[in-house]
Design a binder for this molecule. Structure first.
Ligand SMILES: [Zn+2]
Ligand SMILES: [Zn+2]
Length: 327
């Protein structure tokens, strides 16, 4: 199959004649001016004119004396007789249909009418930020009275028991049993799904262009399945939390949980004492009826006495800085 060549077009700059043929009309038929190859362009799609029987010999060269284009096989300029030696080829035109659209630069300056409003909004926002910042970060001292103190101590009781879980079958934990398998989507992968093709027009540089069908592969996501496993596994789990609590009159003690025993260290149903937690709370009040509740370190709690006056740091929002009790 022989390649099809089509005429590029050009406009005469001297007499404003438009749509001249770049291959067949090297001079303007109206005024006789030589063609300027920089003014070549592609015709509108659907208005291409074929150059029948065209044999392509190479891109035109640009005459160094009169800037007119000459065929690759010519040794001298058809317009002024200048020699080909040392001349450059004409610049190729890129089809505008192939160029990515140029995004209009977005304006940075707001319309003048809105500028005044923008300043006012900014000023209000700054004021709000100052007020909020002051109430959040400002602190002052208050004299508070210790009203009461209390403590809570807990122990999590763990039981060795069977639990139901599921995981990808390639990541089963040791000791899994009663395993059942099923298929589930684990992810996706890309596969080629046909091609996306479009016509591309290429300037051959001699006043003609050709059309090429350019294809790029198209991809789509397909699900990837894998085996998921449901299983049982024996584990230590928090079964319940035992709690001991009291006020300042009672010395803090740990709860004494009754632990079920099976005679085996890891027998199903065996229980053990797990993590311990303790909280020491001080309730404080000021003359104006303000009240605070603070969790403090055991040493701070032990050093305080009921009805004692203490210095307490208070935030602009009214919350107590409980750490200030130990300082
Ligand atoms: Zn002309
Ligand atoms: Zn010339």
């Amino acid at each position: 199959m022989t390649e099809q060549f089509f005429e590029m077009l050009w406009d005469c700059e001297q007499c404003a004649t438009r749509g001249l043929l770049a291959k067949s009309q090297r001079h303007c038929p109206a005024c006789g001016s030589a063609q300027n190859p920089e003014k070549r362009y592609f015709p509108e799609p659907g208005k291409e004119i074929e150059v029948a029987g065209h044999r392509y010999t190479g891109a035109d060269w640009l005459c160094a004396y009169c800037q007119s284009p000459n065929g690759a096989s010519a040794s001298f300029c058809g317009n002024c007789g200048g020699p080909k030696d040392g001349t450059k080829e004409v610049a190729r035109v890129v089809d505008k249909a192939d160029e990515p659209p140029i995004l209009a630069p977005t304006s940075v300056t707001p319309p003048s009418g809105r500028r005044g409003w923008g300043r006012m909004v900014a000023a209000i926002a700054a004021l709000v930020a100052i007020v909020v910042g002051y109430s959040l970060f400002s602190k002052h001292d208050e004299t508070a009275t210790v009203v009461s103190r209390s403590w809570v101590r807990t122990i999590d009781v763990e039981r060795f028991a069977a639990v139901s879980e599921s995981a990808w079958c390639d990541a089963l934990p040791a000791g899994a049993y009663d395993v059942t398998r099923f298929s589930q989507q684990r992810g996706t992968r890309q596969v080629e799904a046909g091609q996306e093709c479009k016509d591309k027009r290429i300037d051959k540089g001699d006043g003609t262009f050709v059309r090429e069908n350019e294809c790029t592969p198209r991809f789509k996501d397909v699900p990837v399945f894998d085996m998921k496993c449901n299983f049982h596994v024996d584990r230590w789990q928090v079964q319940r939390t035992e709690k001991a609590a009291g006020d300042a009159a009672a010395t803090p003690t740990w709860p004494m949980p009754q632990l079920a025993t099976t005679g085996f260290l890891r027998g199903l149903g065996q229980e053990r004492a797990g993590p311990r937690h303790e909280t020491y709370t001080v309730n404080l009040a000021a003359k104006e009826g303000k009240q605070w509740r603070c969790d403090v370190l055991p040493a701070v709690w032990a050093a305080l006495k009921e009805q004692q006056n203490v210095r307490l740091e208070v935030r602009g929002t009214g919350g107590a800085v409980c750490d200030s009790l130990g300082r």
